[in-house]
Design a protein around this ligand. Structure first.
Ligand SMILES: CC[C@@H](C(=O)O)C(=O)SCCNC(=O)CCNC(=O)[C@H](O)C(C)(C)COP(=O)(O)OP(=O)(O)OC[C@H]1O[C@@H](n2cnc3c(N)ncnc32)[C@H](O)[C@@H]1OP(=O)(O)O
Ligand SMILES: [Co+2]
Length: 137
């Protein structure tokens, strides 16, 4: 079951510049930075009450963020939903015709296991499922 919006992902060209801008907007600084080499991104995370924002800067030319910035420019890249059982949710969504972009859960940032759904199957929205890993596993 999808329980809540876990974070909103925003693609940016320059993380340092965007950190400064969003710190000014939110009046709180990012609480962490984390690189996820497998995704070709460096992230920063902001927490505003119940809402979490993930800024994503590309770290290599074949990063999904590089491609997105080339085609669409900076802006909202994905919406991530918390799930309590990611494997069960992936099986359910696949059986209902959604297009999974990874067949097994993969490590994301901020202690999550994640799976993406292709935006072609979700009316143009890149959806991320996240399950919090217990004790880092
Ligand atoms: C930090 C880790 C993790 C976390 O813990 O939170 C993350 O958030 S990682 C975030 C970065 N990783 C990913 O995005 C992985 C999943 N994405 C992909 O696999 C690809 O980006 C993609 C969605 C399959 C697109 O790749 P590709 O097919 O190579 O690119 P195209 O440019 O050709 O796009 C095809 C088609 O899809 C549209 N598109 C692409 N990205 C998005 C998007 N973010 N939102 C909405 N639509 C998107 C693109 O416009 C193309 O459409 P058409 O032009 O109509 O064909
Ligand atoms: Co994300």
């Amino acid at each position: 079951m999808l329980t809540n919006v876990e974070h909103i992902g925003i693609a940016v060209k320059n993380l340092a510049a965007s950190d400064a801008l969003f710190t000014q907007l939110f009046k709180v600084p990012p609480y962490k930075h984390e690189e996820v080499p497998a995704e070709g991104v460096t992230t920063s995370f902001f927490q505003i009450n119940q809402t979490k924002i993930e800024l994503l800067e590309a770290t290599r030319d074949d990063s999904p963020i590089t491609r997105f910035l080339e085609k669409k420019g900076e802006g909202i890249h994905h919406i991530a939903f918390e799930v309590d059982d990611i494997v069960a949710e992936m099986e359910r969504l696949k059986s209902e015709g959604f297009i999974l972009l990874n067949e097994t859960p993969k490590p994301g940032a901020d202690n999550k296991l994640v799976c993406f759904l292709h935006p072609k199957g979700t009316h143009g929205v890149l959806v991320e499922l996240c399950q919090t890993m217990e004790n880092g596993h």
